[in-house]
Design a protein around this ligand. Structure first.
Ligand code: NDP
Length: 237
């Protein structure tokens, strides 16, 4: 019997990359997994078929749709808010509507989904949001909106840990460094620069991040809350 047998798990943003690795990990460990996606229909359907999980379209930029999805999922043992985007470029040239959309996906959805999940979450539930080492360290120009959004999650976790702690519900931030996904391919143009900041000079694997998420979701982590968990090859050290 898997470590998460019988648990209901919702992953927001699970069709590709780190989210897909999280879906695979929890499904392999026996959970009933539902994951959301926005654009990657084929990848989502393939992952659902592979893992026996349920894929549903929910745009993380749409607050009311996210809240409805969380509510309709019913009591959730583990909520993972993984969906996130980055916008690169000169802050003076960026479209303010695009920046606001980033903030809806990266900040508003983690907040509203966490609060909505907590309404029905059983005692001992787990909330895990996907931050970034860029919430601690932003060593290059052109990514201020992303850094802003990921550091905001630190306040989210610190605050909601106080609200939900009395019910034994934990909330934690996982802060990856460079992870090999479509968003940050290991053979991309930033490879050498990123590796120059790191002690372990490679991109991480999505499965390594999923392992940290699984530990935070499990019974050994019941005393861990309101905290940031960095997995970055010492990018931020
Ligand atoms: P990818 O771009 O590879 O995958 C993003 C996932 O999020 C996809 O499943 C995508 O679904 C989903 N998603 C994006 N926008 C939305 C939306 N509006 N509504 C619903 N789902 C959405 O990203 P990664 O796997 O690399 O990143 C995942 C998380 O990890 C993000 O929060 C990111 O900021 C964070 N992170 C990543 C790092 C890295 O180096 N890769 C480093 C640090 C943090 P779909 O395609 O179906 O829309």
């Amino acid at each position: 019997m898997g470590a998460f047998h019988g648990k209901t798990i919702l992953v927001l943003g699970g069709s590709r990359g780190i989210g897909a690795a999280i879906v695979r990990r929890f499904a392999a460990d026996g959970a009933r997994v539902t994951f959301t996606y926005a654009g990657s229909h084929d990848a989502a359907q393939a992952l659902a078929a592979e893992t026996g999980s349920t894929a549903v379209v929910t745009d993380s930029a749409d607050r009311d749709a996210v809240i409805a999805r969380v509510r309709e999922t019913g009591p959730i043992d583990v909520l993972v808010v993984n969906s996130g985007i980055a916008i690169f470029g000169d802050a003076l040239d960026q479209d303010p509507d695009a920046i606001d959309r980033l903030l809806r996906i990266n900040v508003h959805t983690p907040y509203h989904a966490s609060v909505e999940a907590a309404r029905q979450m059983p005692e001992g539930g787990r909330i895990i949001v996907m931050g970034s080492v860029n919430g601690d360290r932003m060593p290059v120009p052109g990514m201020a909106s992303y850094a802003l959004s990921k550091s905001a999650l630190q306040g989210l976790a610190r605050g909601l840990a106080r609200d939900f702690g009395p019910r034994g519900i934990t909330i934690n931030v996982v802060q990856p460094g460079p992870i090999d996904t479509d968003a940050n391919p290991a053979d991309g143009p930033m490879r050498e620069l990123m590796h120059s900041f790191m002690a372990i000079k490679r991109h991480g694997r999505a499965e390594e991040v999923a392992g940290m998420v699984a530990w935070l979701a499990g019974p050994e982590a019941g005393f861990v809350t309101g905290a940031m968990h960095t997995i970055d090859g010492a990018f931020g050290a």
